[in-house]
Structures are given as C-alpha cells and as structure tokens.
Design a protein around this ligand. Structure first.
Ligand code: GDP
Ligand code: MG
Length: 177
C-alpha cells in the first residue's frame, strides 16, 4: 500500500463499469484499502481511490474511478471516461442479466474512451459458486472474440482482485514502454 513520500513515475486512470450491484465498489475497496463490506450502500460521492504500486522498478499511481451509482440510470457521463487508459468491465457470475448487458457497456466504453484503452472483463462473486449463472467458458469466449483480458474474482475473499488490477496496469505500462 502506497508510500506518500515516494516519487510517482506514472498516473494511470482506470474506470470501473458494469451493472449496479455487481461489486464494482467492493472490488475497488479490496484493491485500494484491502477492505470488504457485505452491506455496502450504493456508492456516494467518492470519485476515485488511488493506490501506488511498483511495476518494473517504476512507481505507478493507479487512480481508479468508481461510478457514484449513475450506472443504474445508464447515465455515466463522458467525463467519467475522459483520460482513462484502462477499464474494468464487471458482471456478477450469479446474475446472468449482468453478463448479458456487457456488450452494451462495451459499446458505451468504445464510443467514449480512447481507442487504445486496455480492457479487462471481470466475473465477480466466485465465492458464490453454488449460485453460478454464467459459465466461465461463455465469458472466456466473449472476451477472446472482443480482445479483452478476462478473470473471475471475489471481492469478498480477495481471489484475483490484485491480479485483475495488475493485469491492466502492467499492460498499460508495457504499451508505454
Ligand atoms: P456496485 O453497485 O457494482 O458498486 O456493487 P457493490 O460493490 O456495492 O456490491 C453490491 C453487493 O454485492 C454488496 O452487498 C456487496 O457486499 C456484494 N458483493 C460485492 N462483491 C462481492 C463478492 O465478491 N462476493 C459476494 N458474495 N458479495 C459481493
Ligand atoms: Mg458502487
């Protein structure tokens, strides 16, 4: 977790998108503060959280943007996407509808964001395997077809959350170097 005194080599803006209640805010909370809350209220106020990490001997400040609940009204604004170099497209593996909406989110992302943006598809809540409604293969196939990275995560038990962020941040870093 970040040391405020260190010099920053890069700042990467990454946006979280996907249907309401898929776990975007908890994924961010797990990554930025290593915290999780089961009764998280709809996100209010906070625009982004940051965490500084080291990639190939450079310090990279990840500035991760979270929607303030606007996704419920599909009213995420273009300001949200502006300057983003990475995106995490999140669905809930127990809610098929949240996966079926992914193409729409991808369209919105592609129409608002930079064309070189690095995108990862994330199936969250793998701790609820017994309620799974989206087979891993379906998502993997979709990701492959669309040229996205793909991982399944659990913000609750922390599975793959770190890996998901590192995948995106490292790819952005490699594109720039
Ligand atoms: P958002 O609307 O996409 O930001 O979703 P939230 O982060 O607010 O999470 C919605 C609900 O799902 C909350 O009750 C969270 O505690 C719960 N949740 C988020 N991630 C997980 C997870 O990995 N596993 C489980 N079991 N619940 C989760
Ligand atoms: Mg939220």
């Amino acid at each position: 977790y970040g040391d405020a005194s260190q010099k920053i080599d890069y700042v990467f803006k990454v946006v979280l998108i996907g249907d309401s209640a898929v776990g975007k805010s908890q994924i961010l909370s797990r990554f930025a503060r290593n915290e999780f809350s089961l009764d998280s209220k709809a996100t209010i106020g906070v625009e982004f959280q940051t965490r500084t990490l080291v990639i190939q001997h450079k310090s990279v400040k990840a500035q991760i943007w979270d929607t303030a609940g606007q996704e419920r009204y599909r009213a995420v604004t273009s300001a949200y996407y502006r300057g983003a170099v990475g995106a995490m497209l999140v669905y809930d593996i127990t809610r098929r509808q949240s996966f079926d909406h992914i193409p729409r989110w991808l369209d919105e992302l592609r129409s608002h964001a930079d064309k070189n943006i690095v995108i990862i598809l994330i199936g969250n809540k793998t701790d609820l395997e017994n309620q799974r409604a989206v087979p891993t293969e379906d998502a993997k196939e979709f990701a492959q077809k669309e040229g996205l990275f793909f991982l399944e995560t659990s913000a609750l038990d922390a599975t793959n959350v770190e890996s998901a962020f590192l995948t995106v941040l490292t790819e952005i870093f490699n594109i720039l170097n």
